[in-house]
Design a protein around this ligand. Structure first.
Ligand code: HPA
Length: 275
């Protein structure tokens, strides 16, 4: 951990500000997602994470590890191509540093995506789920430790962690684009192992529709600092409660890649509609 978290946030922010990065909207792209979305952007700059002071480097091969800054539908967007996960060994403060920096750069909305396991028997892998709520089962919390009181409260309210404005817009866009967009509850686990059959069954029993290893730390920090956010999961694999069936990263990436187009269309239309 840094001696001075505040200083780390400032130094990372100043580095990007000096490069004239002033986004309106930020996007975090999850596992196997990204190329189609990045192709839509008129890119002005790309900055590898390792050039930004204090910034962790994504160690997962399926995550690129760079900021992409440019315009999409006339809006200035800052995209994290590849995210940082807690299971990589980073602290929760490192995992969520980007969100603190986004807020300071003037970002007004944060759009998140991830790959997740499908726990809902009525749904199919390859489909999308809009997060209406979450269950945090990760063993640490980015808000633990001394509170950054000028950014937000000690005990942030979590009664609606996902922006109603963004979610309502996404539901309307999906219906217009004829893209199936389920709404449900995401359970965040630490990983990196995938779940046992008993764990999948347990997650389903406690009310989750999807399970993944990310997103919630970023959402907690976004809520803490008052940054409206939304998140969409690509359901990359079905949970198997009864018969053992192996889940491989290859399958997750392949399915994410196939659903990427739908997610890209949803998010680029949302960006167009945001003021
Ligand atoms: N479990 C946890 N994380 C995941 C899964 C899963 O089944 N699929 C994609 N990310």
């Amino acid at each position: 951990m840094w001696k001075d978290y505040e200083q780390a946030i400032n130094e990372a922010t100043n580095y990007l500000r000096d490069k004239k990065i002033s986004p309106d909207i930020a996007v975090i792209l999850g596992t196997g997602l990204g190329n189609a979305f990045i192709d839509k952007i008129k890119v002005v700059q790309t900055i590898p994470y390792n050039q930004v002071p204090h910034f962790p480097v994504s160690t997962v091969a399926s995550h690129k590890g760079q900021w992409v800054y440019g315009t999409l539908n006339k809006k200035k967007v800052l995209v994290m191509q590849g995210r940082i996960h807690y299971y990589e060994g980073y602290s929760m403060q490192q995992v969520s540093l980007a969100v603190r920096v986004m807020k300071r750069l003037g970002v007004k909305y944060l759009l998140i995506s991830n790959a997740a396991g499908n726990l809902n028997e009525g749904w199919q892998k390859g489909e999308l789920m809009l997060l209406q709520d979450h269950i945090n089962l990760q063993p640490d919390n980015p808000l633990r430790g001394s509170n950054l009181a000028h950014e937000g409260p000690r005990f942030p309210d979590m009664s609606s962690p996902y922006s109603k404005l963004l979610n309502d817009k996404l539901i309307a866009i999906a219906s217009k684009q004829k893209v199936k967009l389920h709404q449900g509850v995401y359970a965040a686990v630490m990983g990196p192992n995938l779940e046992t059959r008993a764990e999948y069954r347990y997650l389903h029993t406690i009310g989750a529709d999807a399970v993944g290893m990310s997103t919630v730390p970023e959402v907690l920090v976004a809520n803490h600092c008052g940054l409206p956010c939304c998140a969409v999961s690509v359901l990359t694999n079905d949970a198997n409660y009864d018969k053992p069936r192996r889940v491989e990263l290859k399958e997750i990436i392949e399915v994410a890649g196939r659903s990427e187009k739908n997610l890209t269309e949803l998010y680029s239309e949302l960006i167009k509609q945001l003021k």
